[in-house]
Design a protein around this ligand. Structure first.
Ligand SMILES: O=P(O)(O)OC[C@H]1O[C@H](O[C@H]2O[C@H](CO)[C@@H](O)[C@H](O)[C@H]2O)[C@H](O)[C@@H](O)[C@@H]1O
Length: 297
């Protein structure tokens, strides 16, 4: 139940040797990147508050951006936390599994919630989960503005107890659903998923040319994103226009993604290969790239 294996996935993704990622790309195509945070840009930590995206990765993303490549982040983190983890980079973000969407700056006018959230009801749900967790020392309850996550990474043997607590709580809250992730169960409003979030961002990011989306993610919630970018769901604006992008799973678990790499280290190697591709293809649009005040190119 909590292993992340889905019996409906029968595909065998192709391993991309990350150093050779550029070989899988075409100079005739304009690409854009959609990136998950935890397990993709950031390594796992016991406490979610301790996770960071390494400076070297932020610098790499900024260099890629400087070649005019559009990059967006698609994450289960809240918008506020995602912004903090990405700082000083400013990117379009779909946060809380696609519930909170911010296009390209930190102003509130540029931000939308795709479904409305009953925060009073969420407070009741959080309280009920906290109460149910009292007998267990090893749970971590992550209190997010529009969702609540119950983490059992400290003690994976508590997986079934965690599920039971969340499922029991949801019995009386029909507008909420349960998402499973790596050592976590999360209550989110119904109707949000990363696939729809990516299509929403993509529509906004497209100008005249049609962009080829590449999405990288490691978790079960990322599967909807793979399906969306691989053209197994349709673009929002034009029902007849199929998207033909690349889904790249981080990790070796069963997936809908067409491709995979093994871990976060390989993600950075792959992004470096993508940067080399961009360097051959386009001139940088900005002369100076800075991360945390330091000039890097
Ligand atoms: O969509 P993502 O960016 O991958 O976010 C998914 C969840 O990530 C975080 O939890 C995961 O990372 C934690 C820190 O490494 C780890 O302790 C936990 O076991 C993982 O499940 C985050 O805390 C959640 O809010 C996100 O939904």
């Amino acid at each position: 139940m909590t292993s992340g294996r889905s019996p409906s996935i029968n595909r065998r993704p192709i391993y991309i040797p990350p150093k050779n990622f550029a070989d899988y790309l075409s100079y005739q195509q304009e690409y854009c990147l959609f990136l998950d945070i935890d397990g993709t840009l950031a390594d796992f930590t016991m406490n979610p508050k301790d996770s960071v995206i390494p400076d070297s990765t932020l610098i790499l993303l900024q260099k890629i951006q400087s070649h005019g490549i559009k990059i967006a982040v698609v994450t289960g983190r809240s918008l506020a936390e995602a912004r903090q983890m990405l700082s000083p980079l400013i990117l379009p973000i779909a946060a809380t599994h696609g519930l909170e969407i911010a296009f390209d700056d930190s102003s509130d006018t540029n931000q939308t919630n795709v479904v409305s959230v009953d925060t009073m009801e969420l407070a009741v749900i959080k309280q009920s989960i906290i109460q149910s967790c009292i007998p267990f020392d090893d749970f971590t309850v992550e209190n997010k503005p529009y969702s609540v996550a119950l983490h059992f990474r400290k003690n994976p043997a508590l997986a079934d107890e965690a599920y039971a607590i969340m499922a029991e709580t949801l019995k009386t809250h029909n507008n909420w659903s349960l998402k499973s992730g790596k050592y976590v169960w999360e209550v989110v409003p119904k109707g949000v998923n990363k696939g729809t979030a990516i299509l929403t961002l993509l529509e906004k990011m497209q100008s005249s040319e049609s962009l080829c989306p590449i999405f990288m993610g490691d978790d079960i919630t990322d599967e909807a994103g793979f399906v969306a970018v691989q053209g197994e769901s349709k673009s929002l604006e034009d029902d007849s226009q199929l998207i033909k992008g690349m889904g790249i799973k981080v990790g070796c678990e069963p997936t809908h993604a067409d491709y995979y790499v093994r871990n976060t280290h390989e993600v950075t190697v792959l992004l470096n290969s993508f940067l080399s591709f961009c360097q051959k293809h386009t001139a940088p649009v900005e002369a100076t790239v800075r991360v945390r005040g330091r000039r890097v190119i």
